[in-house]
Design a protein around this ligand. Structure first.
Ligand code: FAD
Length: 659
């Protein structure tokens, strides 16, 4: 395909500015295996008796936030934990299905910390910080021990040892699971630890609160402003550090596998106060989701990657084949992943599997009414292992599929298609998980740290729990040790608190005052269409530039025509949605700019201009081997690009291959 290359000068003068000096990830010295220990030895400590003098605000009670809040309280800090749901147990983490990775090597199939590290760096298409990934792999085993101690009911082998299965991008089985409900079981474990601290008086739960702003005084984080979603009251909460664990922003696409409440609001408000946003365009489009079925659908459903352990992906060899799937003979089926990637087969990483499905459908081989689907078939697995064995592994997923499609996947193959699922981008953090605003730490899906341009399956739960149980509890003490005693409490009458409260209140009032004729949902749907068409699985320079223009225009539509029902002084989900949409409409422009500036294909970021002859992603390591961390300069103003160079000293930069 011929596309004109982007003129970098035009880019620099037209869509963004570039900072003069490189951004420092503050990675510790020493061999990779010693870096974390070296850092821990350098960090300032807060003595046990002093910890009780300090207050840490944790926003988000999913796996990352709940594990952090429970650990900090256990250590002696006073914690306030915020979430917008009525209970921490409803965090989106509960939706996680397939499993959590850890380098335990229980199946004795050759796994090690090194291999998990290597697979994750390679899986992320060499766009993650090596040192962070190594630390993640090294603490992965501790997570499983911690969760087992909490009573998480991981699947077990007949003899009682923990069972493992395989996930994409790996040739070993290292994924621990609890049927197709791993996130729910892990969250119940973290929630139990959290509630223990609630009853000990160390954690105060603040449910039904939406974070609206970050309070920053003299460049240091001092607290948050949040809206009580039941009363509409604006509240300021101050402390000695803020931990943000507010999840991903996949819902900028409107349709995604995320819970409907997932948003970018908290992260975006921090961005507006100085926190850099890194790699916003890195989005994971998951290959195995139930296909879109109509124009008025509001949600997509994931079919866990674990299904590809036993299910085989195929399309008919002939584009004109109209037979029912079970009537299509083996000779007439194209198991295209096994054909194209014999070494990994159906277990190639998600970005690779998604693009391959799109390629087959675009070429006319798609199945079902819309022709925008491929088959995921369990026929051979059921013949081999029996229906009961398949039911015991995936029963709840099969049940969910049947409820949604009215087809029985034990008898006919599932129909699946890629859908937006996870966001690798997020607020930029250094090695300590501290953002560019001192005292603001970012964990879990909300940060950008460990997955580069593509996350491997079962690694999000691992990262969220590593951040919350095993990294943040050490690093937050460094900030408190350095600044804690000099940070005097800020009252509500302090000018920075006043200003943040007023700015949050005026934003809500401005949205209510528009009083137009368009529902937030209809505008969000339009935004999703722009994002999917132009910033989705395949992107071009021209399309991305156009997307940025369309997003700006849609933002005007929002601020002139949105109609929010009800008032601001009671529970009003229409208003909540409008507020989150207003932030998505600012964020989406940065997303398109980031995707436009990155003139290469890597992981989930596929630029049509940069592909090999057989449609594989073509990276440009010379020009783009960096994390793009964007600094806010005003709505509609050119953002400032800070580049953090990614260095690969342990895993040599090479072309990713799963063949
Ligand atoms: C369907 C599905 C299945 C998945 N399966 C797996 C899997 O098997 N394995 C795996 O590793 N990963 C999986 N993932 C990814 C994984 O579930 C998530 O990345 C992870 O759970 C995110 O955890 P988190 O703690 O960062 O955020 P979340 O669990 O999303 O929690 C966010 C928290 O922040 C709060 N919050 C958000 N915004 C605000 C705000 N503005 N104000 C106040 N509070 C706010 C919320 O109330 C919530 O408490 C799956 C994802 C999906 C969508």
């Amino acid at each position: 395909m011929n596309h004109p290359p982007v003129d970098v000068d035009e880019g620099v003068s037209g869509m963004f500015k570039v900072a003069d000096s490189p951004l420092d990830g503050r990675v510790p010295d020493g061999p990779i295996a010693d870096k974390w220990d070296n850092r821990k030895n350098e960090l300032k400590l807060v003595s046990p008796n002093n910890k009780r003098k300090y207050e840490v605000i944790v926003v988000g009670t999913g796996l990352a936030g709940a594990s952090a809040a429970a650990s900090l309280a256990e250590m002696g800090y006073n914690v306030k934990a915020f979430c917008f749901q009525d209970s921490p147990r409803r965090a989106h983490s509960i939706a996680a299905q397939g499993g959590i990775n850890a380098a335990k090597n229980y199946p004795n199939d050759g796994d090690s910390i090194w291999r998990l590290f290597y697979d994750t760096v390679k899986g992320g298409d060499y766009r993650a910080r090596e040192s962070n990934v190594y630390r993640l792999a090294s603490v992965s085993g501790n997570i499983i021990d911690q969760c087992v101690a909490q009573g998480v009911p991981f699947a077990r082998e007949y003899g009682g040892t923990l069972a493992n299965r395989t996930f994409g991008g790996a040739q070993v089985s290292r994924t621990f699971y609890a049927r197709g409900q791993t996130g729910q079981q892990l969250l119940l474990g973290a929630y139990s630890s959290l509630m223990r601290q609630v009853s000990a008086g160390k954690v105060t739960l603040m449910p039904r609160r939406e974070m609206m702003d970050l309070i920053v005084d003299e460049g240091v984080t001092r607290g948050i402003v949040c809206r009580n979603l039941k009363t509409g009251e604006m509240e300021a909460h101050t402390g000695h550090a803020v931990v943000l664990a507010t999840g991903g922003y996949g819902n900028v696409f409107y349709l995604s596998t995320n819970a409907k409440g997932c948003n970018v609001t908290a992260a975006w408000r921090c961005h507006r106060r100085g926190a850099y946003f890194a790699n916003p365009c890195y989005t994971q489009i998951h290959p195995t989701c139930i296909p879109v079925s109509g124009d008025y659908q509001s949600k997509l459903t994931l079919m866990s990657e674990s299904l590809r352990n036993d299910g085989r992906v195929w399309v008919p060899k002939s584009a004109d084949d109209t037979r029912a799937p079970n009537e299509i003979t083996e000779d007439d089926r194209d198991y295209y992943l096994e054909r194209r990637y014999p070494a990994f087969g159906n277990m190639v990483p998600r970005d690779v599997a998604s693009r391959a499905a799109k390629e087959r459908c675009d070429a006319g081989f798609g199945v079902g009414e819309t022709k925008q689907a491929v088959y995921l078939d369990f026929k051979h697995a059921i013949e081999r292992d029996g229906e009961d064995a398949i039911r015991s592994k995936y029963g709840n997923l099969f049940h969910m599929y049947e409820k949604i499609t009215a087809e029985n996947p034990y008898q006919v193959p599932m129909r699946i298609y890629p859908a937006v699922h996870y966001t690798m981008g997020g607020l930029w953090v250094d090695y300590n998980l501290e953002s560019s605003v001192p005292g603001l730490f970012v964990l879990g899906e909300a940060n950008f740290s460990d997955h580069g341009a593509n996350r491997l399956g079962a690694s999000a739960l691992m990262q969220g729990l590593a951040d919350g149980y095993f990294v943040l509890p050490y690093t937050v003490g460094d900030h408190i040790g350095k600044h804690g005693s000099s940070l005097k409490p800020l009252g509500n009458d302090h000018p920075v608190v006043q200003e943040a409260l007023e700015s949050a209140t005026s934003r809500v009032n401005s949205i209510l005052a528009v009083n137009g004729t368009k529902s937030p949902d209809s505008i969000h749907r339009q935004l999703g269409q722009i994002m999917w068409d132009k910033c989705g699985m395949a992107r071009t320079a021209a399309g991305l530039k156009q997307a940025a223009e369309e997003i700006r225009a849609l933002r005007d539509v929002f601020w002139n025509e949105v109609k929010v029902l009800g008032s601001g002084d009671s529970f009003n989900q229409n208003l909540e949605h409008a507020g989150r949409l207003a932030d998505f409409l600012e964020f989406a422009e940065l997303f398109a700019t980031d995707a436009w500036h990155r003139e290469e294909s890597c992981g989930g970021h596929f630029r049509e201009e940069h592909q090999t002859e057989d449609n594989e992603a073509r990276r440009d390591d010379e020009k783009f081997c960096y994390a793009a961390a964007w600094e806010f300069q005003g709505v509609g103003e050119q953002p400032m690009l800070h580049k953090e160079p990614m260095e690969f000293n342990e895993v040599a930069l090479s072309t990713r291959s799963y063949k």
